[in-house]
Design a protein. Structure first.
Lengths: 297, 647
């Protein structure tokens, strides 16, 4: 039982990182509608930016800030320089997908060029585990969970109560209608990408802390787990994405108690495939609505 | 040739085979498959465990089989295994996934496979991988293990693969697969089983990738999970984009460029600092830039997809030969089987079948066109039934379809008499389009019955219904944009068996001959609608009105028994409107039953003697327009919304 609760504890940490990585992807995919294969590289960029700061000063807040800024810049530029010019030509969805693959190749290998393929590690303060209720969590674990909760609340407020959040939902619903009502959808999409990068870059930093070592494929290795959480929760549903992250995070860490830990990604990927096949609009959507969306002739 | 160059050439040739496999999946069928290299890996592993000696590694290492089988057996097993796994994955993933989700699913599959193979050592020795695979025909290799002999084998394999795939590409099978890439809804509407076509293309591509994997394993004589990351698949995509998606020669050029050219050039980039990966990194950044640049400036690649030209005998020559043939002048030797059949009533009176190739009027290759069934039956190529369509009746009872809480169609009943031209009207949201989708099988009804020509068709698949002779048009014409106008016409008639892969491979010539009739007929129909001069243009280049005309020509070529027209007037100018009215009347006079959704009531009244009114998902009245105008329910539900004076 206590082993199980330990698994739940690790699952919560994984879920917190995963939620921070998933919510921005889900938002972006509903507003800008691009299945972003380079999303993992935004995380990687954040993790490496934090590393650069970490080499000079050991301050977790500065590192987090650097990670978020780097992620934001990478995502913003990727949209402005690459995706938006193509999107104006109204290409097929898959062409945009391919472009994000090209972006992923470029970003990942630019990082490889500057930082080599060697594993790097942050200098982190010693963080002994504390017993909190049934869980065994380190200070960094608690920082991760707290940060996730705060940022998720901020996203909630942003979407629900600000003018920008409303504009974002309008663009997600129908770009044409949004334009008719005077919303500059390109601007909304630009800001969405920036926001996407800020949160994802920060998530990359947390991922770097939790995995202990940095390599240029850090984020890419995590990409499908993020997709699994986003699709499980339903693309464009931030709360669904949080729930999806929780389900995937717990499933991965709890499964590691029963099967070899190296298979825990298989669990996430298998959940992804089953979701896509059975409930492509997420587990929280009614299957009927899913059928209707796919069948408009 | 130096060993170095031989090595480069061998890599390029083997990877070209892999690229041809991806070209089938992505170039022909438009399947965004990210698992390609998993199938290369399956081919490589299966080849290895077939040809390696029995396992003697101490546990936990090890591998299965170890049959010491000869090279060719290993290759065949590799191809078969890759094909089988493709069938399994495709059967699940191709069912109804969005394009991008299909890609993600295949990527997840590839990663799961890599993890399992890496972790589970008794299968293929985990991350250590297999090594020491024998090179084929080692005893005859004159130039040592890296000699040109193996390069020769690979070139032969590439040539054979290329020839087989080119033959299939040009065959009716290839055309049908490309139509699915262009617009699978239209393919289903014209009787194609989209799922099966996609699956066949996926398996075919997997087999070719497996062949590449076997040759790769035999060449490098070692294989492990690090050799097939998703990145390898992306490099092949880059090769296709650069070389030209859908073009086999382009695929080979692109592969040599990406896998050999860029690789070799960046090898000479000096190492930056102590970064051992710097040249790799520069190479991949360069490839990312190249993909982007090609997609921006030349999305079709260096060599665009070849366009199928309609190269049959010129129009009047075809007719002349047809006339000669029916006069018996070209009658070949087999009198019994080639006896002319009575001419059937045709849509186009002059529609005479075409003769065989003009250059070679020998009996073998010039089957008397007037007697289609004889020689083609002999050649083993099916021909469509050329009987004039018999009009068929349609009866819908108690049909219901709900989307979430919205009942789009609710307990609706209607009937359409055989040979009639019936209108279907109703305010927006009345459920007309859903009704059309339900009847044509693009949506499955929740309950209710649909009977067409005496058969219950409710819930049948769209392609099956289309093959029964119940066809439909769409509100916006759905042409196959990158197929030529002529190919669009040829796709209109699904002929059982013609699109079989084996016929495409072994009966190519007979298929071409069999298709001559269709081509001549298609030309006549295109001439009738004034599109003949555009027959070799991609249909996507046509104007909106021309696309509408092409749609009617396709429907005529398909010889349906009943046609559902979904707002044929949408977005059409007044001149064309008259032309369309005439085409619809022609259709009916040929014996086709027509049910037409239309908002333009005067147009409808001028054509239809019988009109059905839908409102709120149900059919509320039927009758002539003048009767309906007197019906208070109808006026309330619908006509009240428009200016009655117009009606």
């Amino acid at each position: 039982m206590s082993n199980f609760m330990l698994g739940v504890g690790f699952g919560l940490v994984t879920a917190a990182i995963l939620a921070l990585a998933t919510v921005p992807l889900s938002l972006q995919m509903s507003v800008a509608r691009i299945p972003n294969f380079a999303h993992g590289e935004i995380l990687t960029a954040g993790a490496y930016a934090a590393y650069v700061v970490n080499e000079h000063v050991e301050n977790i807040y500065l590192e987090a800030l650097a990670a978020a800024l780097a992620g934001g810049v990478v995502a913003f530029l990727m949209n402005v320089l690459l995706l938006q010019p193509f999107a104006r030509r109204k290409p097929k969805l898959l062409i945009l997908f391919v472009l994000t693959i090209a972006a992923s190749l470029m970003i990942q290998n630019i990082i490889l060029l500057f930082f080599t393929g060697n594993s790097l590690a942050y200098r982190l303060p010693a963080s002994p585990p504390h017993k909190i209720g049934p869980f065994l969590l380190t200070g960094l674990n608690l920082f991760t969970i707290a940060a996730a909760v705060v940022i998720m609340l901020a996203v909630h407020v942003l979407l629900k109560y600000t003018k920008f959040g409303k504009a974002q939902r309008a663009v997600a619903d129908s770009r044409e209608l949004a334009r008719v009502t005077g919303i500059n959808s390109e601007r909304v999409i630009r800001v969405t990408w920036l926001l996407d990068g800020l949160i994802a870059g920060f998530a990359g930093f947390l991922l770097g802390i939790s995995s202990g070592t940095l390599t240029p494929t850090l984020g890419q290795g995590y990409l499908l787990v993020i997709f699994a959480a986003a699709i499980l929760g339903g693309i464009g549903k931030p709360y669904g994405a949080m729930a999806g992250a929780l389900i995937i995070g717990l499933a991965m860490e709890i499964s590691a108690l029963y099967i070899p830990a190296s298979y825990k990604e298989v669990v996430a990927f298998a959940l992804l495939i089953f979701t896509l096949l059975l409930r492509p609009n997420g587990v929280f959507a009614s299957p009927r609505a899913a059928g209707a969306a796919g069948a408009t002739a | 040739m130096s060993q170095y160059l031989i090595g480069l050439a061998t890599t390029g040739v083997v990877m070209s085979i892999v690229a041809l496999g991806l070209n089938v999946r992505w170039g022909w069928a438009g399947e965004f498959d990210i698992a390609l290299f998993a199938f290369v890996a399956i081919g490589a592993y299966i080849y290895s465990v077939f040809t390696l000696p029995p396992n003697t590694l101490p546990p936990p290492s090890g591998y299965i089989l170890g049959l010491r089988a000869p090279f060719l057996v290993g290759v065949v097993a590799a191809v078969a295994a890759a094909g089988l796994v493709s069938a399994a994955l495709g059967a699940v993933a191709l069912r109804k996934l969005r394009d991008d989700y299909f890609g993600i699913t295949t990527l997840a599959f590839a990663l799961i496979l890599a993890l399992v193979i890496g972790q589970y050592t008794p299968l293929f020795d985990g991350y250590e991988g297999l090594f020491g695979m024998p090179q084929p025909f080692e005893f005859v290799q004159p130039f040592g293990p890296d000699g040109g002999f193996y390069l020769g084998i690979c070139i032969i394999a590439l040539a054979v693969t290329y020839l087989i795939l080119q033959r299939l590409y040009k065959s009716p099978f290839g055309r049908a697969v490309r139509s699915v890439r262009e617009d699978d809804t239209a393919s289903a509407a014209f009787g194609r089983n989209v799922y099966l076509l996609k699956l066949k293309a996926y398996i075919l591509g997997g087999c070719v990738a497996g062949l590449g994997g076997a040759l790769l394993a035999a060449y490098i004589t070692a294989f492990n999970p690090y050799g097939w990351t998703p990145q390898e698949t992306f490099l092949i995509y880059a090769a296709l984009f650069i070389g030209g998606t859908g073009n086999a020669v382009g695929a080979v050029i692109g592969t040599f460029f990406v896998e050999v050219g860029v690789q070799e050039v960046t090898r000479y980039v000096p190492q930056i600092g102590n970064n051992a990966s710097s040249s790799d990194a520069i190479r991949l950044v360069l490839i990312g830039l190249l993909i982007t640049a090609v997609l921006w400036w030349r999305p079709q690649g260096i060599l665009p997809e070849p366009r199928a030209r309609d190269r049959t005998v010129p129009f009047d020559r075809a007719r002349r030969f047809a006339a000669l043939a029916s006069a018996g002048r070209l009658a070949p030797r087999q009198p019994a089987s080639l006896a002319p059949e009575p001419q059937q009533a045709r849509a186009v009176p002059q529609a005479q079948p075409a003769p065989g190739p003009v250059r070679d009027p020998a009996p073998r290759s010039a089957p008397a066109p007037a007697a289609e069934s004889g020689p083609r039956a002999r050649l083993g190529v099916p021909t469509p039934e050329r009987a004039a369509p018999q009009p068929a009746a349609l009866a819908v009872t108690g049909l219901t379809k709900a989307f979430g809480g919205v009942k789009a169609v609710s307990n609706a009943s209607l009937s359409v008499q055989a040979g009639s031209l019936t209108g279907l009207i109703g305010p927006n949201g009345a459920g007309k389009s859903t009704m059309i989708n339900l009847i044509s099988g693009f949506e499955a009804p929740d309950s209710g019955a649909i009977v067409f020509a005496g058969q219950s068709i409710a819930g049948e698949s769209a392609h099956a219904i289309s093959r029964l002779g119940l066809m439909r048009s769409f509100q916006t014409p759905r042409e196959w944009p990158d197929l030529t106008v002529m190919e669009n016409m040829l796709m209109a008639t699904p002929v059982d068996g013609r699109e079989a892969i084996w016929r495409g491979l072994f009966k190519a010539r007979a298929l071409r001959t069999a298709e001559l009739t269709d081509r001549v007929r298609a030309r006549e129909l295109l001439d009738e609608v004034g599109l003949l001069h555009l027959k070799d243009e991609p249909a996507g280049h046509l104007s909106g009105g021309q696309k509408r005309l092409l749609e009617f020509a396709r429907l005529a070529a398909a010889s349906p028994r009943l046609v559902l027209l979904d707002e044929p007037q949408a977005g059409v100018n007044p001149v064309l409107r008259e032309r369309l009215a005439e085409l619809i009347r022609n259709m009916v006079s040929r014996g086709v039953t027509v049910l037409m959704v239309e908002h333009n009531l005067p147009f409808l009244e001028s054509l239809c003697d019988h009109v059905i009114v839908m409102a709120l998902g149900s059919c509320i009245a039927t009758g002539s327009m003048s009767e309906l105008r007197a019906n208070k329910d109808v006026v309330d539900a619908y006509l009240g919304q428009v200016d009655v004076a117009d009606v």
